[in-house]
Design a protein around this ligand. Structure first.
Ligand code: SF4
Ligand code: SF4
Length: 222
């Protein structure tokens, strides 16, 4: 029996799932060289709200600098995209094989991708408070299907939707400000960070949520 519960890191919500440390879901399968990375095949974006949070502490600024200097990172006008490894050769070979049809997933590149921040067997190396919110709330459908109370999971989903709307509002407001000033992350990175440092950071009041029990069960295997 596992569980899903809400953890707050300095007010930043994370849905913790105890099943993840022993991931057996389809999305957790890795067919590339990096094993035991759960579903961290995602290449995360860091939006203006995330960068705003990082601009407030020395730790956050160091992290932002590290993310920016990663070889796969691309800086766009209003967000940063940290791209990890993608085993393109392995993917092409796999797609030509009969095995490909055994995996029921539209986007099979996930089996060959690895986020730059995951440590095999250990999980994410970024502090919860600086991760993109999707990283903090994502739980695969195979685990959700085993929730003892699906209505309760809907409460999690609703709380998450409100939080996502609030983050979007924050991102849109910051983007509007940068547009007014005629600056972008791509062209004026340092200037944007200095500006964000001086803008007060609003805190979202995430509601408390009860634990959800997860029935034991196995999927395709990771
Ligand atoms: S959310 Fe699902 S796929 Fe991702 S690590 Fe947890 S159990 Fe594995
Ligand atoms: S940032 Fe962290 S949680 Fe998100 S995909 Fe990468 S390793 Fe996983």
């Amino acid at each position: 029996m596992g569980k899903i519960y809400l953890h707050l890191d300095e007010g930043i919500p994370q849905f913790v799932c105890t099943e993840c440390s022993n991931c057996r879901s389809l999305l957790g399968i890795s067919l590339c060289t990096v094993q035991n990375r759960g579903c961290c095949a995602y290449f995360p974006k860091f939006e203006l709200y995330d960068i705003h949070k990082m601009s407030k502490t020395h730790e956050g600024l160091k992290l932002l600098d590290m993310i920016r200097k990663l070889p796969g990172t691309e800086v766009y006008n209003y967000y940063i995209h940290a791209k990890g490894q993608f085993d393109e050769k392995g993917y092409s070979k796999f797609m030509q094989s009969v095995r490909a049809s055994e995996f029921e997933l539209d986007d099979k590149t996930v089996f060959f991708r690895t986020c730059p921040f995951v440590k095999p067997g250990k999980g994410c190396t970024l502090p919860v408070k600086y991760r993109h919110y999707i990283c903090n709330v994502f739980i695969c459908s195979e685990v959700i299907e085993r929730a003892s109370d699906l209505e309760l999971y809907q409460v999690y989903t609703d709380a998450c939707s409100s939080y996502a709307r609030w983050i979007k509002w924050e991102n849109d407001s910051l983007e509007m400000l940068l547009r007014e000033k005629g600056i972008t992350l791509n062209e004026n990175f340092e200037e944007v960070v200095e500006l964000l440092k001086d803008i007060p950071l609003d805190q979202y009041e995430f509601p408390p949520l009860p634990e959800i029990q997860i029935e034991s069960g196995f999927s395709i295997g990771a």
